[in-house]
Design a protein around this ligand. Structure first.
Ligand code: NAD
Ligand code: ZN
Length: 349
């Protein structure tokens, strides 16, 4: 079993990576929670695949188990889904001691974590991420929340899980699309902090080496989160590709998924920063080549003007400035602050 400890300012918890850990999840959950009542929250795609396994393990471990299934997809990441979860918890008399298990991708983790952070002013929760994106990224770090009609993740809380259990076997049922989507975030880690990871991705069969790859990504996420839990500084580097990426995701009306938009965002911003001399020559070609190897293309159906206009509403800016993450070369990132109104000019350079 591979283990990592997260030591954020507000909480300490472990990430455990092991094939088929779902079947014995009770053993790892029992020591970190207080209550005996578990609410498994999952979506309509994941429930038929893994709910039974997790439910059985928890029941065998002596827990009283309930479940709540929401409709799969980003469209469910809003406050009404959270309200349904509060109702389900109340109807089943969940108290402050009881806990939530988030079984699913990033959507499930973000919704469940937010519900856990607010139900009775905060109950325990455990993350069991089942997509590559959620295993390497969203399940760790404590960002939870929902979208509103005005934008993604506009309502939320920083709330750390008690434990993160990663079962790489769950990736076997993921579609090629969502596997590639998760690779968008994986490539991001190589770009911002680990040139060896980037080299590895270029040279090995990704699926055969997925456990090591997940571990390397999580080490970076863990280190960055330990340093800066609330995103006041260094944590911003995790947003590489996200400023333009979020705009593209929004312009597509969320028909394009998060990781594939992040990949497009990374390629677009690096092309611009390389032309401006802020990124080592040849970096964009390397990035595009690796993205293609992983099933991610650089096609963008929207104008630079529209992408820049959308980015103006990005939370990562303050006042009139916009903090964008750039790489000086593969493995090294930095924050570059520009005037919000200059983003279009920056991208079209
Ligand atoms: N909190 C954070 O720090 C953070 C970081 C990055 C992304 N996110 C959020 O994560 C979300 C994207 O996460 P995602 O890509 O995991 O999306 P998702 O949860 O919608 O999962 C993608 C699809 O895969 C299905 N699925 C999940 N696990 C499966 C499995 N093992 N086998 C087959 N199908 C499976 C889901 O039902 C869904 O249809 C976005 O809302 C994004 O904003 C959050
Ligand atoms: Zn992301």
């Amino acid at each position: 079993m591979k283990k990592l400890k997260v030591d954020a300012m507000s909480a300490t918890y472990e990430i455990l990576i092991e094939r088929d850990i779902l079947s014995e999840c009770d053993k790892f959950i029992a020591p970190v929670v207080r209550g005996k009542k578990a609410m498994i929250i999952t979506d309509t795609n994941v429930a038929p695949l893994y709910l039974d396994k997790v439910e059985t393990a928890l029941k065998n471990g002596g827990f009283e188990v309930y479940s709540h299934i929401f409709k799969a997809g980003e469209q469910s990441k809003h406050l009404l889904t959270v309200a349904d979860i509060y109702d389900c918890l109340s109807q089943n008399e969940f108290t402050r001691k009881d806990f939530i298990v988030a079984l699913g991708g990033g959507v499930c983790g973000d919704i469940s974590g937010f519900a856990a952070s607010t139900y009775m002013r905060g109950i325990d929760f455990v993350q069991i991420p089942t997509t590559l994106l959620s295993q390497v990224d969203s399940s760790v770090g404590g960002k939870t929340g929902v979208d509103t009609k005005y934008g993604k993740n506009l309502v939320g809380a920083f709330y750390q899980p008690k434990l993160v259990l990663i079962d790489p076997n769950t990736l076997n049922t993921l579609t090629d699309h969502y596997f590639a989507d998760g690779m968008g975030e994986v490539i991001k880690y190589g770009c911002i902090r680990n040139a060896e990871l980037f080299d590895m991705l270029e040279n090995v069969d990704v699926k055969e080496n997925i456990e090591d790859i997940i571990l390397e990504c999580l080490k970076i996420k863990r280190d960055v989160v330990n340093e800066d839990e609330r995103e006041s500084g260094i944590r911003m580097i995790l947003n590489f590709g996200h400023t333009a990426g979020h705009s593209i995701e929004k312009l597509s009306d969320f028909k394009l998924s998060h990781g594939e938009c992040v990949a497009k965002g990374m390629m677009l911003i690096t092309l611009a920063s390389e032309k401006l001399g802020l990124t080592e020559g040849g970096t964009t070609v390397k990035l595009i080549r690796l993205c293609r190897k992983c099933g991610l293309n650089s096609d963008i159906d929207y104008s630079i003007k529209d992408i820049a206009e959308n980015a103006k509403n990005d939370k990562k800016g303050s006042g009139n400035s916009l903090n964008i993450v750039l790489i000086s070369k593969i493995g090294e990132s930095f924050i570059h602050t520009i005037d919000k109104n200059d983003f279009e000019k920056f991208l079209s350079f």
